[in-house]
Write a protein that binds this ligand. Structure first.
Ligand SMILES: C[S@@+](CC[C@H](N)C(=O)[O-])C[C@H]1O[C@@H](n2cnc3c(N)ncnc32)[C@H](O)[C@@H]1O
Length: 406
């Protein structure tokens, strides 16, 4: 395993953008812009309310909030899920899920992201010579037996109906329509078999208490037979839920180990207090998002995420992917690259890959590396972890794309 993760920026599928436009077409633009601003403020305020605070309530979405979510957040959460899911297929390139659980599905970002990976051709649109949309097949021509069963757990009826709208818009055959329920133990709960791929994106940070967070995590893991992917905003609050679940011995006792972005034998997260493990994914902003979110002129957006891929029943001797992961943007300088690495056994280490001191392949790999990539070339470290904390204040623009000067 020596490959870099696919490079961005991610594109929101044009067919989904067509669906978003169809959904909002009768809604006054100025109302929607106001609702987008209101929702953004509520989500921003949430970052400053600690999960143990009595002021904390769960975030509720009205019908109008759901439209605001669709034009402003849905393309970004879709991109974040797509980024996190790359790590599932990096772990097992042949993985073909039989059943996908999208827990706290909202408008279906998790479900749709999996489908766009498995059936990219179903998201294509035919255009005429002038660039106008002629037609699309969606899923009408995909044999249903090739498609995983889809389960969406979502308590909010407006979110549920938006997810159904997208499924119909993409021409899901009846047999493919997601099974929707308000909870795993809800009306149809007893009929839901465990899934081999579960996704829980942007849910934990919107719950009202630690107990609720723990219960959602248990529900998701308890209904997963292989991979469970949790994604949260890349903030201290978002990371704290991710860390809580990856380090909790009770979840390990259920047979789960974190396999990404962490090296798998790193049983306890080595990130120091005051730092938070997060990643950045670059997204092409679809026109609909640019119209309704601030700053029309910006064509790209950097979405920060904290995430973990938990895998069930792996043995720790299975070491194919047990290589360091790159934390923070690589610092690329003339003749050398500085990487902060989360090591399988050695905590977080800063290592310098210079043209003169490491083998060619390692230097070239480091040169092309990016935040979140595995690092198969590294120097073994002693068992004493460095106290180094990743310096988040570095200018990312400066470090990410600096060209090599000769
Ligand atoms: C921010 S939205 C995320 C939607 C979607 N997963 C995404 O990534 O775009 C959070 C969703 O979690 C749902 N939710 C809240 N509490 C939940 C619970 N206890 N069980 C399942 N879903 C819940 C909300 O109704 C909302 O749709």
């Amino acid at each position: 395993m020596s490959s870099h993760l696919p490079r961005g920026p991610h594109k929101f599928p044009a067919l989904l953008e067509l669906g978003v436009n169809a959904l909002i077409k009768d809604y006054p633009v100025h109302w929607l812009k106001r609702d987008v601003r209101g929702l953004a403020e509520r989500l921003r305020d949430r970052q400053s309310v600690n999960i143990d605070s009595e002021r904390r309530t769960s975030i509720e979405y009205s019908a109008r909030d759901v439209l605001a979510y669709i034009v402003s957040r849905f393309p970004s959460t879709f991109g974040a899920v797509t980024t996190a899911l790359q790590h599932v297929w990096l772990d097992d390139a042949q993985f073909a899920p039989k059943q996908v659980l999208d827990f706290g599905a909202g408008t279906g970002a998790g479900t749709l992201s999996v489908l766009s990976r498995l059936f990219p051709q179903s998201f294509w649109i035919d255009h005429d010579d002038r660039g106008d949309v002629v037609d699309f097949n969606g899923f009408s021509k995909v044999p249903p037996e090739h498609i995983p069963r889809l389960v969406q757990i979502e308590p909010n009826k407006h979110m549920q109906s938006a997810a159904r709208f997208f499924a119909s818009f993409l021409r899901f055959p009846d047999s493919m329509m997601p099974l929707q329920s308000t909870s795993l133990s809800g009306a149809v709960g007893s009929a839901i078999a465990p899934s081999d791929l579960s996704i829980c994106s942007y849910v934990l940070n919107e719950l009202s208490s630690q107990d609720e967070v723990k219960s959602v995590i248990s529900d998701v893991l308890g209904n997963t037979t292989k991979y469970a992917v949790f994604i949260e905003p890349g903030t201290p609050g978002g990371f704290s839920s991710i860390r809580q679940l990856r380090d909790d011995p009770s979840f390990r006792a259920m047979g789960f180990v974190a396999v990404a972005p962490c090296p798998r034998s790193q049983l306890t997260c080595p990130m120091g207090s005051g730092s938070w493990c997060h990643f950045s994914t670059r997204l092409e902003r679809p026109m609909v998002q640019r119209r309704f979110k601030e700053d029309f002129s910006r064509s790209l957006e950097d979405e920060r995420l904290s995430f973990v891929v938990m895998k069930k029943e792996i043995s720790l001797t299975e070491d194919a992917l047990d290589v360091p992961r790159i934390l923070g943007p690589p610092l690329k300088r003339s003749g050398h690259v500085v990487l902060d690495l989360c090591h399988p056994k050695g905590g977080i280490q800063r290592q310098i890959f210079s043209r003169s001191s490491v083998e060619d392949g390692a230097y070239r790999y480091a040169r092309k590396s990016k935040w979140g990539d595995p690092m198969p070339f590294f120097f073994p470290v002693s068992s004493v972890p460095s106290k180094l904390e990743v310096d988040r204040a570095r200018s990312e623009a400066e470090v990410d794309e600096e060209p090599e000067s000769h």
